[in-house]
Design a protein around this ligand. Structure first.
Ligand SMILES: [Zn+2]
Length: 308
């Protein structure tokens, strides 16, 4: 397998206030574990700046203007209680989109079998018209639509195993049966959406997990709800909204997964990508707030992507 890794120093310049869980040190911790020689074969590429026009694949122009207007000249400005912008946030967000779209290009051109994007700010809480939950633009949603417009993908599956429900991705694809959105997440928990009864146009599959859920129930939920939906859908591309805050060490939630669970889920999704999608799999970092839980989980995830 050829596995490509996108990152960029600009991601460290999207600043959040002291004590904020979504902080630049998350990417520093990931970079440190990926220095290990086990990752020598990774194809490391500096993320390109994204094309602003592709934001409109998932958000209206009014949202783009609203985010642009929220970027401060200096310091850190609050957009809501937990979502902020700093002077470099615009370029960082655009470079997160650029990496997600480039990853799609890579798996369709055959430059890579799969790609992991280590970027911030994350994206899955960003709704069509609302930046929230540390997210400004929905990277996964933009990349899915980019695959459809640029590479003729008919069906794209987004699998979101971040411990929070990806309300933004659900909102964007609510009435779009060409994109399957599957999410495992703790419930109740922020942002409050993600009940089983939320099914959109039949393309939304939510698998809520009770607090204290561990490996067995998580795996059963993936098997019975997520993998079966993917097999029925037969996507041309699988995108993972890869948050690692369902790790037992994470301070923001109470799900008790380990690195082994992320390794397992990655392998299972790679099997589906082989079966349905010509191996095409793109993984985008979302949450994960305990530096050890995050970095060890990313290591297990990327190791599995490289191994096949
Ligand atoms: Zn999360």
């Amino acid at each position: 397998m050829t596995t490509r890794l996108y990152s960029h120093p600009i991601y460290l310049e999207h600043l959040t206030p002291p004590g904020h869980p979504e902080r630049p040190d998350r990417l520093r911790a990931i970079a440190r574990v990926l220095e290990d020689e086990a990752f020598a074969a990774l194809d490391r590429v500096e993320a390109p700046k994204g094309d602003e026009a592709t934001i409109l694949y998932a958000h209206p122009e009014s949202h783009v203007q609203k985010v642009r207007a929220a970027i401060p000249q200096e310091g850190i400005r609050a957009i809501d209680a937990d979502t902020v912008a700093s002077p470099k946030s615009w370029v960082a967000a655009l470079t997160a989109i650029g990496a997600a779209n480039a990853a799609v290009d890579d798996v369709f051109s055959g430059k890579a079998d799969n790609v992991f994007v280590a970027s911030r700010p994350p994206g899955h809480h960003a709704e069509k018209t609302t930046a929230m939950g540390f997210c400004l633009f929905n990277n996964a949603a933009i990349a899915a639509r980019y695959a459809q417009k640029k590479h003729g993908a008919e069906r794209v599956a987004i699998v979101d195993w971040d411990v929070h429900h990806g309300n933004g991705t659900q909102d964007i694809f609510w009435d779009d049966p060409s994109v399957l959105y599957c999410s495992t997440h703790q419930m109740p928990l922020y942002p409050g959406t993600g009940a089983k009864s939320e099914t959109g146009a039949g393309n939304i599959v939510n698998a809520p997990l009770a607090p204290q859920t561990g490996s067995d129930i998580f795996r059963e939920a993936m098997r019975s709800r997520v993998f079966s939906a993917i097999d029925d859908f037969a996507p041309d591309l699988i995108i993972i909204s890869a948050g690692f805050d369902a790790h037992h060490r994470d301070p923001l939630a109470e799900i008790n997964l380990t690195e082994d669970d992320f390794d397992w889920a990655t392998g299972e999704l790679m099997d589906r990508a082989t079966r349905h999608s010509g191996n095409r799999l793109v993984s985008l970092l979302e949450g994960g707030y305990d530096l050890e839980g995050l970095s060890f989980s990313v290591a297990a995830h990327v190791k599995r992507l490289m191994k096949g």
